[in-house]
Design a protein around this ligand. Structure first.
Ligand code: FES
Length: 212
């Protein structure tokens, strides 16, 4: 009792159990905030259009002529190829990997250990300076320590309004020859869109080619 006759409010110290309960609650709140942030981070697009990892939209005028040399696009780290009857008749093409005529975007990193291979005009093929892997314009490996064909990116053919007319088939080229294969651009194609965030691994290919 106080001097005035009223009862002073009593304070009860926090028990160990209560303290642990609050610590646990705070930890859960922090965990949920981090978890939510992580979901947001992965949900947001991480690459802008026109930078590697994102999408590149090119007018058809950028595509090399049928059977011409591959065209280099350094910013996207790909070569554009346009295979026609001449490339299809290339005797160096491994018989197990017949050429599909059409356009494709080939990833410019060697599938052996990741060097940048180059187009060598005089030999009419890609050659890797690191360990000597060789690839035809089609992306087919013909020689060297690499054990598969070159990788390609998913490409879409779009009309002038951005509507999709055709698209690279996804899948595993080792079991599905249509997966990752070039395709002829449908009539009305105004643009191609290369998604450098979506890569298809080249099919397994350890057979020697005929044109070392
Ligand atoms: S990295 Fe290209 S052959 Fe080894």
């Amino acid at each position: 009792m106080t001097a005035a006759g009223t009862t002073a409010p009593t304070t009860t110290p926090m028990t160990r159990r209560e303290f642990l309960y609050y610590v646990w609650g705070a930890s859960m709140a922090l965990f949920m905030a981090e978890f939510g942030g992580a979901i947001l981070w992965f949900a947001l697009p991480r690459f802008r259009a026109g930078e590697f990892g994102g999408k590149f939209t090119l007018p058809v005028s950028e595509i090399p002529a049928v059977d011409a040399e591959p065209k280099d696009f350094p910013a996207g780290r790909f070569w554009l190829i346009n295979l026609g009857p001449q490339r299809a008749a290339d005797s160096r093409q491994p018989a197990d990997y017949p050429v599909k005529e059409g356009v494709a975007a080939v990833y410019k990193v060697c599938v052996h250990l990741g060097c940048l291979y180059k187009w060598v005009t005089v030999n009419d093929r890609f050659e890797c300076p690191c360990h000597g892997s060789k690839y035809l314009a089609s992306g087919a490996r013909t020689d060297g320590p690499a054990t598969r064909n070159l990788d390609v990116f998913i490409m879409r053919a779009l009309d002038a309004n951005g509507n999709e007319l055709a698209k690279t088939k996804a899948g595993d080229p080792t079991s599905d020859p249509e997966a990752g294969a070039p395709f002829a651009l449908p009539e009305g194609t105004a643009f191609i869109e290369i998604d450098t965030g979506k890569r298809i691994q080249g099919g397994l290919n350890t057979k020697p080619g005929g044109g070392k």
